[in-house]
Ligand binder design. Sequence first.
Ligand code: ATP
Length: 316
Amino acid sequence: MDGGIEVEGLRKRFGATQALDGMSFVVRPGRVTGFVGPNGAGKSTTMRVVLGLDRPDAGRALVGGQPYRSLAEPLRRLGSLLDAGALQPSRTARNHLLWLAQTQGLPPSRVDHVLGQVGLADAARRRAGGFSLGMRQRLGIAAALLGDPPALMLDEPFNGLDPEGIRWIRALLTSLAAAGRAVLVSSHLMSELEGVADHLVVVGRGRVVADTGVRELLDGVAAGRVTVRTAAPSAAEEVLARAGAEVRSSGPDSLTVTGLTGEAIVARLTGNGVPFAELSSHRVTLEEAYLELTRDAAQFRASLGQEDQETREAGR
Ligand SMILES: Nc1ncnc2c1ncn2[C@@H]1O[C@H](COP(=O)(O)OP(=O)(O)OP(=O)(O)O)[C@@H](O)[C@H]1O
């Protein structure tokens, strides 16, 4: 695939741990692909294999159709952020990037360009050792952008960032994808990917659990759900449940209702004298969609540490 990243049947074992167990997916140009799964699901290992830092027991990973290690000018093909802490602390931000640029035959003009792009122009001559975590992440992203590559792969870029930093990265990733780049960004928190991921590759225990567009995922989960705001949630729940709806509390004065149309809900509540203030189609967060998506995946529940709950439920 031109410019994208392909991962095919990757398997990797570390001692007793099967870190990758048939991991396969593609990262297409022009969109942000979120790579999500609980701690230990195999995200970092996959990225290390893509970069040729770990050798898979089976399978292959390609960048723009070729193994990363065979690329003549890798930074021009794939930019990556694996560990933002991996810096020479005594070097200034600018010198760090100049050194990288030199090793890859990139012009120094790119250094000033990417420093501006990540908002570090004013800190360029400060030592990276004194940088906050957020500034280190920015510097790591600057390094990933140095070769102006068509593909980017960022491991947990939101880690440790304040809300402003998170907003900034989201906007940057969106603009990079809008410019036609393939962008893979990992996170163990679905909420971090809210509003930025166009596509999701959800992983658990070394393999893909779901590979889906975000819009279709959210639409599918939201379908047929109505949020009802009411000052009498208990009465409303009783009336609507009696009419065959599935009703869940979604706040002190709101219910999420499935199985009845908006008109039917209004008719039942009005007919039974239950007051309500507002009806709206349910807005699904990525977090909710993620839980829904993984609800039936036993391996996932286990990964999320809910084995105890399952056991309790089974014993009921
Ligand atoms: N070098 C290694 N030696 C031994 N085990 C490893 C090594 N690298 C990864 N693992 C194990 O492989 C599994 C997958 O780890 P990996 O770091 O790829 O997961 P992850 O999805 O990136 O998790 P996190 O969100 O915590 O970064 C884990 O059980 C981890 O302990």
